[in-house]
Ligand binder design. Structure first.
Ligand SMILES: [Zn+2]
Length: 76
């Protein structure tokens, strides 16, 4: 789970892009923090391929990523 301290540094968004899943190795559209369905998080740059795997991911389960925090420049 992404955490933060200062409330003023994040802004709420209801953009549908936060409901979308990127199946590895699809290239993600936005720079930011992504969370795998198994709750593992990573940072990715827009246009970068979503990782096919990561340490601790359950074997045999497809790796899919959802945007949880987008960088300001890439705000959907
Ligand atoms: Zn995972």
């Amino acid at each position: 789970m992404a955490i933060y301290k200062h409330v003023g540094v994040l802004r709420k968004s209801d953009a549908a892009d936060f409901d979308r899943f990127w199946a590895a190795p699809a290239r993600v559209e936005y720079s930011g923090i992504y969370q795998c369905e198994c709750r593992h998080e990573t940072t990715l740059r827009g246009g970068e391929p979503a990782p096919l795997s990561h340490r601790g991911h359950p074997p045999g389960v497809p790796v899919t990523w959802r945007l949880v925090v987008a960088c300001w420049e890439a705000t959907p």
